[in-house]
Design a binder for this molecule. Structure first.
Ligand code: AMP
Length: 194
């Protein structure tokens, strides 16, 4: 299965992607995690990238596309869940091109629905649970920027994938188990109708 998990920050994409990937033997490709690993050093480029991430902004499309292309190609046969990518229409277009060249089309885009109040509560909760290991970009003022970036650049992807008949919304306000069950239902339907 080749899937995208699409949704605002704090909607539970990462948690669900890890669970579903493990259960179905899929690669979990999370660009945020890849970027945190790739920018851990102290080169000027890493520092610049970290500053953008810490402020809640998005990194340039070309950089992200380069980062994700090899892992996507590598997971062509096992299948994958893309978590945090694509986040812009140009990224989605580049992914389409890559997958067309690999002859490996997407099966579904799971869209996590959650209202803004719940998003803030989730992110704040994630920060306090993590204590001193909290992510720098989970701070209050940064959440506002991340939400704005989401609305401006990522939300339009819902229409993009809806037009392709791939969008499958889930209610992300439920418990981890409820949301997983809803996703499993969609995947079972996909397999049965494939
Ligand atoms: P995440 O862990 O998915 O919330 O990503 C953390 C940060 O990494 C984001 O706020 C962005 O700064 C950057 N990032 C992750 N994925 C992308 C992407 N697909 N496009 C641009 N920036 C990204």
């Amino acid at each position: 299965m080749r899937l995208i998990f699409l949704g605002p920050p704090g909607a539970g994409k990462g948690t669900q992607a890890a669970r579903i990937a493990e259960k179905h033997g899929l690669a979990h490709l999370a660009t945020g995690d890849m970027l945190r690993a790739a920018t851990a050093g102290d080169s000027p480029l890493s520092e610049k990238a970290r500053a953008i991430m810490a402020s809640g902004g998005l990194l340039p499309d070309e950089m992200i596309i380069e980062l994700i292309s090899a892992p996507v190609s590598g997971a062509k046969t096992t299948g994958f869940i893309l978590d945090g990518f694509p986040r812009t229409v140009p990224q989605a277009e580049a992914l389409d091109k890559l997958l067309a060249a690999l002859n490996a089309p997407l099966e579904a885009v799971i869209a996590f629905d959650l209202d803004e109040k719940a998003i803030r509560q989730r992110i704040i909760g994630r920060g306090s649970e993590a204590g001193q290991h909290a992510r720098e970009d989970d701070r209050q003022e940064v959440i506002t920027r991340r939400m704005a970036e989401y609305r401006r650049h990522t939300q339009p992807l819902r229409d993009y994938y809806q037009a392709k008949g791939l969008l499958r919304p889930v209610d992300a306000a439920g418990t981890v188990e409820q949301v997983s069950a809803e996703i499993e239902e969609i995947l079972a339907e996909k397999v049965l109708t494939a």
